[in-house]
Write a protein that binds this ligand. Structure first.
Ligand code: FES
Length: 102
C-alpha cells in the first residue's frame, strides 16, 4: 500500500501494489486525460513523479518510446497508465496541462 499525493490539488489516495498511477488518480476523482485508455500510445497521461520514484515500476520500452516523442519530458516524467505502484514507498505526482486544473 502506498499513499499517493496528487499535485497541484494536494489530494491523497491509498493505492495497492499493482495499481497504475492512472487508476489511482482516477479513483481519487481527479481528472487526467487518457485518450488511448492506458496503452502507452497517446502520451496524454504524462505526469511528473516528484517523490517515491523507486516506489513505481521501471520504465519499459513502450513507455520510453512514447515519452521520447513528447515535448517537455524530463527525468521525472512517466506515463501514468504505465507506472505501477510497487507499494514500497509513498508517491507524489504532479499533473500537467489539462488534468492539472491550471
Ligand atoms: S493513456 Fe495513453 S499513454 Fe497513457
Amino acid at each position: 500500500m502506498s499513499l499517493i499525493t496528487i499535485m497541484p490539488s494536494g489530494k491523497t489516495i491509498e493505492a495497492v501494489e499493482g495499481t497504475t498511477l492512472l487508476a489511482a488518480i482516477l479513483a481519487a476523482e481527479v481528472d487526467l486525460t487518457h485518450n488511448c485508455e492506458g496503452n502507452a500510445q497517446c502520451g496524454t497521461c504524462h505526469i511528473f513523479v516528484h517523490e517515491g520514484r523507486k516506489g513505481v515500476s521501471k520504465v519499459a520500452r513502450e513507455e520510453n518510446e512514447k515519452l521520447d516523442s513528447i515535448v517537455g519530458v524530463g527525468s521525472k516524467s512517466r506515463l501514468a497508465c504505465q507506472a505501477k505502484v510497487l507499494g514500497t514507498e509513498n508517491i507524489k505526482v504532479e499533473l500537467l496541462g489539462f488534468g492539472s486544473g491550471l
